[in-house]
Write a protein that binds this ligand. Sequence first.
Ligand code: PHE
Length: 446
Amino acid sequence: MYRENWKSKLGFILAASGSAVGLGNLWKFPYESYSNGGSAFILLYLIAVAVTGLPIMMAEIFIGKSTNRNPIGAFKALHPSAWHFIGWLGILSGFIILSYYSVVGGWTLRYFFQTLTGAYLSMSDQGISGDFVSFLRNGQSQLFFHSFFMLGTIAIVIFGVRKGIELSGKIFMPILVILLLAMVFFSMQTPGFGKSMEFLFQPDFSKITAQSIIDAMGQSFFSLSLGMGAIITYGSYMQKNEPVIKDAITIVFFDTSIAILACLMIFPILFSYKIQPAESIGILFTTLPMIFLKMPAGIVIGPIFFLLVIFAAITSAVSLLEVVVAYFIDEKKWPRKKATLFLGIAIWMLGIPSALSNGGWNWLTKIQFIGNRNFFDTLDYIATNWMLPVGGIFIAIFTGWIVSVEIRDDSFARDHKMAYQFMIFLLKYITPGLVLLILLHGTGVI
Ligand code: PHE
């Protein structure tokens, strides 16, 4: 079957960065850092990115590039055994993650409209954070925006993703970076800057717990789109002669920089103005309108920035849905439209209880799942902290131990020999064991 390739050499990097950079960087990383005490969490995160994220990124690119298939097909093509169950696990992870990701995507839509209509212009700092809390409790409103976001994602995936994503990555991503830098610069002028830097960068090792280690590792998988086949899928549209390691480093570096920049933008504001810290899940949404109120031309920049956040979220959501539908298109020969609509609607339905988990259905609000978590947090916990890392362990083992060495060498022919050998060493001996250890430590087994 004929399969398209990326149009430009940058095509893969742009698309994979579009998948990686999203709400994970802008919304989740700052809020996880905040809830886990800041600096030590960030340090753990950076270690996870280097020791587990980078090698697995490389492994996924390799699996996609060497087979030109969807994740399940790719494992089948590389090894005629049961290994394609990794692809199934990935589809399930994508299904679950997208369901609540779309709810948060809906939050960004709502904030876009709010800033567009100037809703925050006359509000006090407390008013702005209070507004988030009441929105969080408003299940109907969340459901409305979740549906909207999911509709957009479905429409893009039906249309076919490649051309659009490649092009928009070229245009929107640079604007996002420039605006982010401008806002960081502005944030740095606020009185809380010094305190926020201490919080972010002066490691306080007493804050490290088994739970924060798992959180940091899970977050690195989530933010880099690893462990579920998104990067395999995008890598499958690569040309044979592209290098693997260089591309992996570029994407990982870019994604991590955006996450750190998001913290640099949010935390000084958090330490400068009054915000209800109980709702740490909303710190992106409560701090941004405050920056826009105070920065020059904020009225104009506000909606533009939220538009870019929506864009970043949509390109990630598209990669999640693409993994789920690609299997049904490639292997089951479903038409793209049928697969996307059918699975998109199913995912939307699973998102409903997440949208209503803080208010809307009272009985649901009262139920607590794993460790005091509501429905939304439970899905996030299972998918991010467990399913993605478990997927990552198998991808590492598969690439390090199972796959044919000739095929692998061939794929890495354009890469630096020693870097390649070092990465394989990590994939064989370090990465899977470390991820497993962290998971077991988190359960209290060891
Ligand atoms: N990496 C995306 C983000 O940071 C989310 C994502 C996770 C996308 C897993 C694809 C796969 O927002």
